[in-house]
Structures are given as structure tokens and as C-alpha cells.
Design a protein around this ligand. Structure first.
Ligand SMILES: Nc1ncnc2c1ncn2[C@@H]1O[C@H](COP(=O)(O)OP(=O)(O)O)[C@@H](O)[C@H]1O
Ligand SMILES: [Mg+2]
Length: 570
């Protein structure tokens, strides 16, 4: 637990110390509150008994000079003040604590999304997106709950310790023994159930990820699901997973309810034991009543406290899996991009040429090299076409040129400067159309101006990009023109239209270099020719690197790079 604390609270320890201090004050007041009950009872039964409980003799004498009514009034007022103060403090602490954890959650979300976005591209190749979604959907919330509960158990533990302290000093040893046995039996039970909870939650976590993964998969392959009539297959799979999750949930809910039940039974047993014990020792009622009052009132205080402690503790165990996952995400540096490379980010420009030198690359866990010793050069203003059979490594080569990978051998130099050392500047001057263009469920305009606020969007530039990517006719027929929502993953667009939208998005960035991964493959021949013409005759002269299947358009290229099984063949 402590290691999680150190990790998540980091520089916020001052807040935690402040909270602890408050907890201690509250617990002290709690103790005094409980302690006043037997005093009150004793004084009712035997007014002189007050001397026994109160240490300051002078004050007592002054106090005893008053009549009984006044004495009672003073005691009751004191009790009221203590309870009032305590509750005000509890309110303040809760206010502070709630705010603290809300801020912490925001902080954690920021850190996590930062990590996810900034991690090297390799991270996305190995991590399933259901896991990524789960980080933000469940794991962060559970981590915060875990930390919150950990404070609650400290708070409850303090109250428990303080009251037990009070009991130890006021009760005979035999009573304490009875209470001790009760507490130990409770602890034994918690210990058994906590491990069970951890296991249940671990399994439930796996199933939740599986459920999300399957829903994603159905959604992604909905056409195949329908055509191949795979309704039952997916229905059974998803309902099966949900059933597993619910079963595990059922067990954990049952286990969660148990502490309260067991606690109550043990408390009553303890009280009865004490009562019987007192009678056996032939103590008089007058003696027993204040003590029983103390025990009963202590139990009333301790019981919910212990219950809260146990429930929180068990829930912490259940959420520990999520905590470890978030911690792992945040502390894992295996995917840090450019970890061993010093970036300098200055004096970077592209005026002459790009040199690719002895590029070798293989994907994680795959021994065979995907790219083998690739070297070539291209000049500013070139139109380079990359061809080669499917699987020959074209996309991989482009990904390397884009600076998505940092774990390759060889160098990519722009005017003699390594792109990895100037990654930020390099990305500033290039634009890219991926093999699969991703469309947001937003307006066409927002889709073209990728990551710009509405107020920052330049409509003239949008119109220009639409013209250059031959999307004008498409836009003309849209019900709300540029403001039409084009739908989640572009379901409302054809493959060719998607590609052209990708080109418009790339052009909106005013690039010097445009990299296209089969960007025109789904576009008809005439349109493709027109787009390539447009791109070559832009106001600003572009350098274009384009993967293509359509060998007919090679004649436009000033340079052809042919790949075969990861080798450069031409
Ligand atoms: N993320 C990956 N992990 C492992 N192997 C990959 C990955 N992506 C592609 N490959 C493999 O690398 C080779 C080249 O792939 P790719 O560059 O996509 O080819 P192309 O774009 O020419 O069709 C293929 O054999 C492919 O199976
Ligand atoms: Mg490809």
C-alpha cells in the first residue's frame, strides 16, 4: 500500500499530512465524546462520582459548589460542544478530502492521456484499444477510489485505536480480553475475504476487457457478421462474458455484505459475555451500568468504524488490479519515444534533399527484418513513388520516414540533419495521408481542420483544400455542406471520398512534404490523375512521397522506389 501511496501522492504529501492531523483531532474528540457517556451515567447515579473521572481538583470543587441542575447543565453543554465541534470538523475534512481527490483524478487523467498519446507508436501496435478505453473508463476511477478508501481505513483505524485506548484505561482486563478476542476473530475473517476479493476482481477485470474487445470487434466487422450470419456466435460470446462478470460481481457483493453481519453478531456476543462476566463477579448494577454504557457506546462507535474499515479494505483489494495497471501505464518507460536520443530542434529546414541511409528495421518480437538495408536520396520538389507487392514493407518504410519509430538502424537525414533529433520540426513541415483514413464523428469542416478549434478554422483554406482534393462535387451534394456530420469512422462516405478527405486534411497543414500511403488507391483513374496534377501544381511546391498500386501513374514520378520483401530493388 505504501508503495502505491508514494507513487500517486508524490508531492501532495503535505495535503495528506494535513488530513492525518485532522483525523487525529477528530479521533481525539470521538474518544472524549465516548468517554463522557459513562461519566454522565455515573453522575446521574451517584453525583459524587465525578471526582473519580475528573483530574483537576480545583475545577471540581468550583463545579461541585453548584446545585445538581447546574452541574448537569454544564456537563450536557460540554458534551454538546464536543459533538458539535467534532461534526463541524468532520464536515470540513470531508469537503477538503473530496476536493483533493477530484483534483487528483483530473491530474491522473491528464498524466494517463499524456502518456498514452506520447508513447511511441510501438505501444499502439501491441496494446489493444479495449485496454486503453478501460484505463479511462474504469481504472482511473478505481484507482482514485482505492486511494480514497486507503485514507478512510486510516481514519477509521485511528478512531478505533483511540477508543480502544480509552477502554484499556477504564475497563478491567477481563473485559478487554473479551473485546480483543472479538476483534481478532473479525480480523481473521477480513483477511480471508480480502484475498478472495482480489482474485475475483482480477478475473472480473479480464472479463470486462474481453467484453469491450468483443463489442469493438462486432462493430468493426458488422458487414461480415451479417453476411456470415454470426449473430449467435457473438451474442453468446458477449452474453457469456457479461454473465461471468455478473457472477463475479455477485460473489463480491455478497462478500461485501458479510462484514456488517458478522460484526453485529460478534458485538452482541461480546456485550453478552461482558454482562454475564460481571454478574458472575457479583458486581452491583450501580457499578456495572456506567461500564456497560461505556462498552455499549464504544461498540456503537467502533462497529460502523470497523465495518467501514473492513468494507474499504476489501474494496481496496478489489481495485488493486486497476491501481497496478494505471501505475504500470504511468511508470512504464519501455515505450517512451526517443528515449535515448537528444533532440535539438533548432536550425532545421528542408531546402535540398532527404537521405535515407542503410535503413534496417524489424517489428518487436519478429526476428525477420521487415526492411533490409534501404538507402536512397530524394531532392526537394521530387515526386517519389514507392511500389512493391503487398507486404513488401512500403507502409513500414513510410512509417519510418514519418518518424513514428525510433528503434531502427541507419539514418534518415533532412539536409544532413537526423529527423529523430529534430522530430518536432520535421513533423511541422510534413503532412500524411494514411492507408486507412480515420474520420471523426464530426462535421466535414472539423475533419479537414484536424485538431483546430472552430474559431481558428480558416474557411478559405478549407475551400482550397477541398478543390485540390477533388471533393467539391461531394461537398456540393451534402445537406449542410461543410457543416454536415460525416459520421463515426466515415460510414457515410465511400472509400474514395474518405481518401480524398484525408488528402484535404493533409493539405490544410500547408506542408512542404506530403506523404501518401495508397492515398489514391480507391479513387477512379481520372480523379486520381486530376488529384496528382493538383498536388504537383500547388501554389507552394510540394515534395511528394507516395505509395501506389496504380503503376499507370508512375510516369508522373521523378523517382521510383521498388520494394520486394523488404529489399530495395530499383
Ligand atoms: N505491427 C506489425 N508487427 C509485426 N509485423 C508487421 C507489423 N506491421 C506490418 N508487419 C509485417 O511487415 C511486413 C511489411 O508490412 P507493410 O509495411 O505493411 O507492407 P506493405 O505496406 O508493403 O503492404 C509484412 O510482412 C507485415 O506482415
Ligand atoms: Mg501498406
Amino acid at each position: 500500500m505504501l508503495k502505491h501511496y508514494l507513487f500517486f501522492f508524490e508531492r501532495k504529501f503535505l495535503h495528506i499530512f494535513a488530513l492525518m492531523l485532522f483525523f487525529i483531532i477528530i479521533s481525539t474528540l470521538e474518544m472524549i465524546g465516548v468517554g463522557t457517556i459513562p461519566i454522565l451515567l455515573s453522575v446521574f447515579i451517584n453525583p459524587d462520582a465525578i471526582e473519580k473521572y475528573f483530574p483537576f481538583k480545583n475545577l471540581i470543587e468550583i463545579f461541585l459548589q453548584n446545585d445538581l441542575k447546574t452541574q448537569l447543565f454544564v456537563i450536557c453543554s460540554l458534551i454538546f460542544i464536543i459533538f458539535f465541534l467534532k461534526n463541524c470538523l468532520i464536515f470540513l475534512v470531508n469537503y477538503y478530502k473530496t476536493k483533493f481527490f477530484l483534483n487528483l483524478k483530473l491530474d491522473l487523467t491528464r498524466k494517463s492521456i499524456n502518456k498514452v498519446i506520447r508513447n511511441s507508436y510501438r505501444f499502439y501496435l501491441v496494446e489493444n484499444n479495449a485496454v486503453l478505453i478501460k484505463y479511462f473508463g474504469t481504472d482511473i476511477t478505481r484507482t482514485i477510489t482505492y486511494l480514497e478508501k486507503s485514507l478512510i481505513i486510516i481514519q477509521e483505524l485511528l478512531i478505533f485505536i483511540f477508543i480502544v485506548f480509552l477502554l484499556i484505561f477504564t475497563l478491567p482486563t477481563s473485559y478487554i480480553l473479551i473485546l480483543l478476542i472479538s476483534v481478532l476473530s473479525l480480523l481473521l475473517f477480513y483477511n480471508i475475504s480480502k484475498n478472495k476479493m482480489r482474485k475475483l476482481s482480477y478475473l472480473s477485470n479480464i472479463n470486462i476487457t474481453g467484453l469491450m474487445k468483443n463489442i469493438n470487434q462486432v462493430y468493426g466487422s458488422i458487414k461480415e457478421v451479417k453476411i456470415y450470419n454470426k449473430f449467435d456466435f457473438f451474442e453468446n460470446k458477449i452474453v457469456g462474458l457479461q454473465n461471468e462478470i455478473q457472477k463475479l460481481d455477485f460473489y463480491s457483493q455478497i462478500i461485501n455484505k458479510l462484514p456488517k453481519i458478522i460484526l453485529e453478531i460478534v458485538s452482541v456476543l461480546a456485550l453478552i459475555a461482558i454482562l454475564l462476566f460481571s454478574f458472575k463477579n457479583q458486581q452491583s448494577f450501580v457499578e456495572i451500568i456506567p461500564i456497560l454504557g461505556l462498552v455499549a457506546f464504544s461498540l456503537i462507535k467502533i462497529a460502523p468504524s470497523l465495518n467501514n474499515f473492513a468494507a474499504s479494505y476489501i474494496q481496496m483489494k478489489a481495485f488493486e488490479v486497476s491501481v497496478e495497471q494505471i501505475k504500470n501505464l504511468l511508470s512504464n518507460t519501455n515505450f517512451t519515444f526517443n528515449k535515448n536520443i537528444k533532440e535539438n530542434n533548432n536550425n532545421f529546414s528542408f531546402n535540398k534533399k532527404i537521405e535515407v541511409k542503410n535503413l534496417c528495421f524489424n517489428y518487436d518480437k519478429i526476428k525477420k527484418k521487415t526492411l533490409k538495408n534501404i538507402s536512397f536520396e530524394l531532392n526537394k520538389g521530387d515526386m517519389v513513388t514507392v511500389i512493391g507487392e503487398s507486404g513488401s514493407g512500403k507502409t513500414t518504410l513510410i512509417d519510418l520516414l514519418l518518424g513514428l519509430h525510433d528503434n531502427f538502424q541507419g539514418e534518415i537525414l533532412v539536409d544532413g540533419k537526423n529527423i529523430l533529433r529534430n522530430i518536432f520540426q520535421w513533423h511541422k513541415i510534413l503532412a500524411f495521408v494514411p492507408q486507412q483514413v480515420y474520420i471523426f464523428d464530426e462535421s466535414l469542416k472539423n475533419n479537414i481542420a484536424f485538431g483546430y478549434k472552430d474559431s481558428d478554422i480558416d474557411e478559405k483554406k478549407i475551400a482550397y483544400c477541398i478543390k485540390m482534393s477533388e471533393l467539391e462535387n461531394y461537398v456540393k451534394n451534402l445537406p449542410e455542406g461543410l457543416n454536415t456530420i460525416v459520421g463515426d469512422r466515415g460510414k457515410q462516405m465511400s472509400g474514395g471520398q474518405l481518401k480524398r478527405l484525408g488528402i484535404a486534411r493533409a493539405l490544410y497543414r500547408n506542408p512542404e512534404i506530403l506523404i501518401l500511403d495508397e492515398a489514391t488507391s480507391e479513387v477512379d483513374n481520372i480523379t486520381e490523375k486530376r488529384i496528382l496534377n493538383n498536388l504537383q501544381n500547388l501554389e507552394k511546391k510540394l515534395t511528394i512521397i507516395s505509395i501506389t498500386h496504380n503503376v499507370k501513374n508512375i510516369d508522373k514520378a521523378s523517382k521510383v522506389i521498388k520494394l520486394s520483401q523488404g529489399n530495395l530493388v530499383k
